[in-house]
Design a protein around this ligand. Structure first.
Ligand SMILES: *Cc1c(COP(=O)(O)O)cnc(C)c1O
Length: 260
C-alpha cells in the first residue's frame, strides 16, 4: 500500500476490519502517508462501529458507516452515515441534496431507536464472536478461522492498538470446502442465512454468494477469499445456543462423511 500511495493520490479509501476476511489496516500509519501526499483518508468503519473504533481520532478525514448494519441493528432499515470535517461533509451533503438520497421518516425513527442500544448490542455481539471464534479454532472440521481477536491473526497487534474490542464479525472455512458449507449452513437453526450483518440476530453466509457475489473466482482468490469461506455475524443470542447450534451442524458433517 505504501508503495502505491507514494506514487501520488488524492483520496485513500479503506475499510478495517475488511469484509469478509477481517483484515486490519493501521489507520494511523495510512493517515500519515495520506498527509505526506496531501490526500484525504476515508475510512469505512461499518464493521468496527463507533463503539470499538474511532478513525477520526487516528487521523482519518472522513468516516462512513452503513447504518443498515450495526447502527440500526435490527435489519429493518437502510441508511448511511458520514462524519468528519465540516467543509468536507458539507460538500457531500450538498451533492446528496441534489441527488435526493434522503432517509424517509420511518427509517430515521428506526435508526434513532436502534442506536439507543448500540453500546449494549456491540459488546454482547463482540463477546459472542470472540468465544465462537475460539471454539471454532479448535474444531476438527474447521480449516481456518479469521478473527482479529485471535492471537494468531496476522494483524492482532494492530487491532489491539486501534480498537477497543475486536468486533462481532468473523469468518471461517471448512476442510470439506463448498460441499461442506452446503451441508452445514442449512442445519443452523439460530443463524439466519442472509447477506445482511450487524443485526441482533446472527446472520451467516458464504462470501461467494453474498458480499463478493459480483467478483469472479479469480478476483476472490486474489483477495484471499476461499470459495467455501463462511462469514459469521454474531448476534445477541445466548452464547451457549450459538455454540450448540454450530456444534450440531458440524456434527452432521461427520455423519455424512462416515456414510459416504
Ligand atoms: C453493507 C456495507 C456497505 C453498504 O451499505 P448499504 O447500507 O448496504 O448500502 C458498505 N460497507 C460495508 C463494510 C458494509 O458492510
Amino acid at each position: 500500500m505504501e508503495n502505491e500511495i507514494k506514487k501520488g493520490c488524492r483520496l485513500i479509501h479503506l475499510e478495517t476490519p475488511t469484509n469478509p476476511t477481517v483484515k486490519i489496516t493501521d489507520i494511523e500509519r495510512i493517515a500519515e502517508l495520506a498527509r505526506e501526499q496531501d490526500a484525504l483518508l476515508v475510512v469505512d468503519n461499518t464493521f468496527a462501529t463507533p463503539i470499538l473504533q474511532n478513525p477520526l481520532s487516528l487521523g482519518a478525514d472522513l468516516v462512513i458507516h452503513s447504518a443498515t448494519k450495526f447502527l440500526g441493528g435490527h435489519a429493518d432499515a437502510l441508511g448511511g452515515v458520514l462524519c468528519g470535517r465540516k467543509d468536507l461533509v458539507e460538500q457531500v451533503f450538498h451533492y446528496r441534496e441534489i441527488n435526493g438520497a434522503t432517509m424517509d421518516p420511518n427509517a430515521a425513527y428506526l435508526m434513532i431507536r436502534g442506536m439507543k442500544t448500540l453500546d449494549l448490542r456491540v459488546w454482547k455481539q463482540t463477546e459472542n464472536a470472540g468465544r465462537l471464534a475460539e471454539y471454532l479454532s479448535g474444531h476438527p472440521a474447521v480449516a481456518e478461522v479469521f478473527y482479529p481477536g485471535l492471537e494468531d491473526h496476522p494483524n492482532h497487534e494492530i487491532a489491539k492498538k486501534q480498537m477497543k474490542g475486536f468486533g462481532s464479525m468473523f469468518s471461517f472455512s471448512l476442510h470439506g470446502g463448498m460441499e461442506a458449507v452446503k451441508e452445514v449452513l442449512p442445519r443452523l437453526e439460530f443463524a439466519n442465512r442472509a447477506a445482511n450483518l450487524g443485526a441482533v440476530e446472527t446472520t451467516v453466509g458464504p462470501a461467494r454468494t453474498t458480499s463478493h457475489v459480483e467478483s469472479t473466482p479469480e478476483e476472490r482468490a486474489e483477495l484471499g477469499i476461499a470459495e467455501g469461506l463462511i462469514r459469521y455475524s454474531a448476534g445477541i443470542e445466548s452464547f451457549d445456543d450459538l455454540k450448540q447450534d454450530l456444534e450440531n451442524a458440524l456434527q452432521a458433517l461427520n455423519m455424512s462423511n462416515a456414510q459416504s
